[in-house]
Design a protein. Structure first.
Ligand code: NAP
Length: 298
C-alpha cells in the first residue's frame, strides 16, 4: 500500500486523514498549529513537525490548506514538500486554489531536484462529505498519476472524475462553487418568502427538498438555517476566496456572471459585520436583513 501524507488538518483535512487511516494506508500528518495534529498520533498516524518530513515518509502527499499562497508555502517554501521530495513522490493538492497556479506548481515540481509529480484534486461535499467519505473529487493531471491515486481517492470520496490536464480539476471546482453559491441564495430567498407567507417552514423545506427545487443546499443547509445554527462547515471567508477566484478568471475572459457577482457582494455584507467565520449558509441572514423578516423555525 502507498504511504500517504496529509498537510493541513482543518475542517476537511482532519476527517480525510482519518478516512485514509481507516482504509488501512500508513499515514503521516502535519499541521501548522501542532495541537491539531496531536490526536492523530493516538489514532495510528505518524505526526511530524513539517511538510518536508511528511514528504520524506510518504509516497503520496495530500495538501488541504486554505488558498493559493498557502499551497505554495507548504509545497515550495522552507521545509516544504519539495525539500523532502524523492523519486516517485506524488503531491496531490485537494485545496481549492487558482487553476493557473496549479499549472505553474506542476511545472515547478517537474523542475525540482529531484522532480516530483502533482495532481490538483479539489473536492465538493462539505464537512459531512469529508466525514462520511462521500466527497466528489475533480482531478487535473496525467492519467497515470490519477490511476495511481485512485485507491486513496476511493477512501475519501464517492464521485471521482478525471477532468483533464493540470489545473482542470481546479477549473471544475470553481464552476462547482458558482452553483453552490447561487443555490444558497435560492434557498435563502425561498425560506424568507415562505416565512412572509406565514406557512410552516419545516414542512415547506421538506417538500421542496423532495421536488424540482431541491439542491444539496436545500437538503443540508436549510435545516441549519431554520435552526439558526450558523457554525461552519464551509466558512464565508473561504466561499468568498472561491468566488473571488471565479470572478478574477471571468474578468480575464470577459465573462458576465451576474449571479456570482451578486452573491459575492451579498457575502461581503456578512464579512463586514464580522461573519467571515460563519458557515456559508449564513447568507440567509443577509436576505433576512434586506426584507426585515427572520426565517427561523421556533
Ligand atoms: P480550515 O478548517 O480553515 O483548515 C485550513 C487548514 O490549512 C488548517 O489546517 C490550517 O492550519 C492550514 N493552513 C492554512 N494556511 C496554511 C499555511 N500557510 N501553512 C500551513 N498550513 C496552513 O479550512 P477547510 O474548511 O478545511 O478548507 C481547506 C480547503 O478545502 C480550502 O481550500 C477550502 O476552500 C476547501 N474546501 C472546503 C470545504 C468545506 O466544506 N469546509 C469543502 C470543499 C473544499 P492551522 O490549523 O494552523 O490554521
Amino acid at each position: 500500500m502507498e504511504r500517504v501524507g496529509f498537510v493541513g488538518l482543518g475542517i476537511m483535512g482532519a476527517p480525510m486523514a482519518r478516512n485514509a487511516l481507516k482504509a488501512g494506508f500508513p499515514v503521516t500528518v502535519t499541521n501548522r498549529t501542532a495541537d491539531r495534529a496531536k490526536p492523530f498520533g493516538d489514532a495510528g498516524a505518524t505526526v511530524v513537525p513539517t511538510p518536508r518530513e511528511v514528504a520524506e515518509r510518504s509516497d503520496i502527499v495530500v495538501t488541504m490548506v486554505t488558498n493559493t499562497p498557502d499551497v505554495e508555502a507548504v509545497t515550495f517554501g522552507k521545509d516544504g514538500i519539495a525539500s523532502g521530495a524523492h523519486a516517485g513522490l506524488l503531491a496531490v493538492d485537494m485545496s481549492t486554489i487558482s487553476p493557473a497556479a496549479s499549472r505553474e506548481f506542476a511545472q515547478r515540481a517537474a523542475a525540482n531536484h529531484p522532480p516530483f509529480r502533482t495532481l490538483d484534486a479539489p473536492v465538493s461535499g462539505g464537512e459531512v462529505g469529508a466525514i462520511e467519505a462521500r466527497l466528489a473529487i475533480m482531478v487535473g493531471g496525467d492519467a497515470a498519476d490519477v490511476q495511481r491515486a485512485m485507491p486513496l481517492f476511493e477512501a475519501l470520496g464517492k464521485t471521482i472524475v478525471h477532468i483533464g490536464d493540470h489545473g482542470a480539476g481546479q477549473a471544475c471546482k470553481l464552476a462547482n462553487q458558482i452553483a453552490v453559491a447561487i443555490n444558497n441564495l435560492g434557498v435563502s430567498e425561498a425560506l424568507v418568502f415562505a416565512k412572509a407567507q406565514g406557512i410552516d417552514l419545516e414542512r415547506t423545506r421538506s417538500v421542496i427538498a423532495g421536488g424540482a427545487g431541491s439542491s444539496w443546499a436545500m437538503q443540508n443547509y436549510a435545516p441549519k438555517m431554520l435552526a439558526g445554527d450558523f457554525r461552519p462547515g464551509f466558512m464565508v471567508d473561504l466561499q468568498q476566496k472561491d468566488l473571488r477566484l471565479v470572478l478574477d478568471n471571468a474578468y480575464a475572459d470577459h465573462l458576465s456572471l451576474p449571479g456570482t457577482s451578486l452573491v459575492h457582494s451579498l457575502y461581503s455584507a456578512l464579512q463586514k459585520d464580522g461573519g467571515g467565520r460563519d458557515g456559508n449558509h449564513a447568507l440567509l441572514k443577509v436576505i433576512e436583513r434586506l426584507s426585515g423578516i427572520e426565517a427561523r423555525q421556533r
